[in-house]
Design a protein around this ligand. Sequence first.
Ligand code: G6P
Ligand code: ZN
Length: 543
Amino acid sequence: MQVETKATTPIDGQKPGTSGLRKKTRVFMEPGYLENFVQSVFDAIGGGAGKTFVIGGDGRFFNAAAIQTILKMAAANGAAGAVVGRGGILSTPAASHLIRLNKTDGGFILSASHNPGGIDEDFGLKFNAENGGPAPEALTDRMFAATQSMTRYFTCEAPDIDLGTTGETTLGDMKVTVVDPVTDYQSLMETLFDFDAIRALFASGFTMRFDAMHAVTGPYATAILENTLGAPKGTVVNGTPLEDFGKGHPDPNPIWAKELMDLMMGENAPDLGAASDGDGDRNMIVGRGAYVTPSDSLAILAANATHAPAYKGGLAGIARSMPTSAAADRVAAALGIKAYETPTGWKFFGNLLDAGRVTICGEESAGTGSDHVREKDGLWAVLLWLNILAARKASVAEILTDHWATHGRDYYSRHDFEGIETAKAEALISALRAALPSLAGQTFGDLTVARADEFSYDDPVDGSVSRNQGVRIYFDGGARAVFRLSGTGTTGATLRLYLEQYAAPDADHSQDPQEALAPVITAAQTLCQMDNFIGRSTPDVIT
Ligand code: G6P
Ligand code: ZN
């Protein structure tokens, strides 16, 4: 194999965000764009010589071509091996598992998660470290620095690798192993959950719809739910991964999974509705007539985890991202275990999981997972719910109302204001930051501020500090508003306003969340002078 050294120059803006580098697909397809970024990864990890990597993605447009590029660059950088999903397909949690199972030096995951796919939509690439988790900030900082001084990348002339069949082949001196994307992941799930109990649940007539949203979880859900657990054929819908996700927006929330929501709120609703996103790490859970917010789902899974064999011995601790509701903290307090609050982004859970401090983690953005991998895991959450439903012999709605009656309800909603001019969004946050010292004691609408700060995270494991992670306003009476700018968008800025209001165990839990949250919505919008800064007060998306 002849290694080719290609001269290149730095490309602006290759800074990994909340979850890797995300750009318009056409940007990734520009000459050298993907190559520069991939080379920055090899440079940031001290070169590729002798190392092995997992490579796979969610199947969106440009997935297959990008994998061929990465394979050639890995070989040229001296890598010893690559483990690739057949057809270039690997869900994010499955890739995380393969990194750990094969003890590789990391992995390249090609995905823009829940963002639409296609030549005019989004593409993304992230590097996960040898623990299977997203590269920590110290590593992404090194990658970004490398992109800023990039002068050359290494590749080689070689025919494309046939990714269509499993087996071993070579690319120069590098061994390439094409694996079935589902097999190892399914084996892992079988060690975690009581498959017999779930099988019996389906055999007793339990009904479910799983919407794979034309994205990567289709093959996983079909193999596990239908072919192994005995759910009737047709339980999984939109189960074939498509390059453009059927022109849909593969984000499992009530807006983008509207068809599933309509079914679940209608007369012919099955017992359980679930969906996952583009790369299979997010989940949505909805019972008959009962939507479960991600924050509540995390709390309920944590409170009931001991029903599943893997968590029978109890949990070490629970972690949630800062904007996620406090519901999980209440469960941790009741269980007498520690609750951790981290910045948005799964990468911040990695150290806590590695150190054995927490067993279950979750985020308001529809992510839940555990120490079985180092990514959030959509199908894992669905299987844990199924395991709990099988063990408790109760409906989703009953489990939800019972949970609130025990721990109280944290009414919760997120309002997104999309496509804002970046400068305006930043001005709003700067003004909030400047106002922080004087907010306590001031009243906005009907609510008085108890305390306010900007979230900064001190990682208790490695001592690293992450600043400017969102502005938190706590009001008297158990309400909270959080402001932060999204780190996953590809155009302009998205302002996220996270709202919550606690209702004690004996309070009314039957209100519509938007009504229950009306006072905190008014207070938050007034306090940040939303209309002045961004010229609007109606969110584009409410979840
Ligand atoms: C991705 C990350 C999550 C994060 C979410 C929202 O899914 O993996 O960890 O919570 O994006 O991030 P954002 O910065 O857009 O709010
Ligand atoms: Zn995702």
